[in-house]
Design a protein around this ligand. Structure first.
Ligand SMILES: [Zn+2]
Ligand SMILES: [Zn+2]
Length: 201
C-alpha cells in the first residue's frame, strides 16, 4: 500500500498490507480531534469528528523519499507523537514515545494509493471499527470492535518485542531508538487553544 504526503515529497509503502496486518479503525477521541488541528483538520476529520486510522506494525512501513520532510508534534509532553509532513502539512501517523510499543497508526490522509475505494477495501478489508465513540459529534456512533482491535495490537506489540522487530521503525533511529526528529511539544496555551476549538465544534 502506497503512503506519502499530499505534495508527493514524502513517499513510502506498507508491505504485506492486508486485513491481517492492518486494523482499520475510526477514532472519535478528543485527542485525535485535537491532533487533527495540527494539520488540515477538514481533510482529517469526518463530519462526526472521526479520524480513519490504519493501525499496523512499524516494521512493515518504509519511506523511500522525503524522510527529511517529516516532522513531529505533541499536544503535551506525554501525548502521542503525531507525525506529519513539513512540506505540505499532511497528517501521516501517530506513535507512542517508546518504540518498544511497536505499533503505528497511519492517518488516512497519508494513504496515497491511486487504487482508492474498492481496491483499498479489497486490500485491507472494508470493515472499519469505530472506537472511542463517546467523543463522536452529530449523533451517536455505535462502538464496534474496540476490544478486538486492542487485542490485535497487543499481540503484534508482544511479538515485535520478543523477536526484536520493534527496532525496525521508520520514525525512530534503529540504533539509538530516538525519534528521527525532535518532537515539538505545544505549550500549555497552544494546546488549550486547540482543545477549545475541539469542544466548540
Ligand atoms: Zn508534502
Ligand atoms: Zn483517538
Amino acid at each position: 500500500m502506497q503512503i506519502g504526503c499530499a505534495c508527493g515529497k514524502v513517499s513510502g509503502r506498507v508491505e504485506k498490507a492486508s486485513s491481517k496486518t492492518v486494523n482499520r479503525i475510526r477514532c472519535y477521541c478528543r485527542d485525535c480531534q485535537a491532533g487533527a488541528y495540527l494539520t488540515d483538520v477538514d481533510k482529517v476529520l469526518d463530519s462526526h469528528g472521526g479520524t480513519e486510522i490504519y493501525q499496523t506494525s512499524p516494521a512493515l512501513i518504509s519511506f523511500h523519499h522525503g524522510l527529511e520532510n517529516i516532522g513531529c508534534t505533541r499536544l503535551a509532553g506525554k501525548g502521542l507523537m503525531r507525525w506529519h509532513s513539513t512540506c505540505c502539512n499532511t497528517a501521516i501517523a501517530n506513535t507512542l514515545e517508546d518504540r518498544k510499543f511497536a505499533f503505528v497508526g497511519l492517518v488516512h490522509t497519508c494513504v496515497q494509493s491511486p487504487e482508492m475505494g474498492d481496491a483499498r477495501d479489497q486490500l485491507i478489508g472494508a470493515q472499519i471499527f469505530d472506537v472511542n465513540t463517546g467523543g463522536a459529534k452529530n449523533g451517536p456512533i455505535k462502538r464496534i470492535g474496540q476490544r478486538r482491535t486492542i487485542f490485535k495490537i497487543l499481540s503484534g506489540v508482544l511479538k515485535a518485542k520478543v523477536t526484536g522487530t520493534y527496532k525496525m521503525n521508520p520514525f525512530f533511529d534503529a540504533v539509538s531508538g530516538k525519534p528521527i526528529v525532535k518532537p515539538r511539544v505545544l505549550s500549555g496555551e497552544e494546546s488549550a487553544a486547540i482543545y477549545q476549538k475541539v469542544d466548540q465544534d
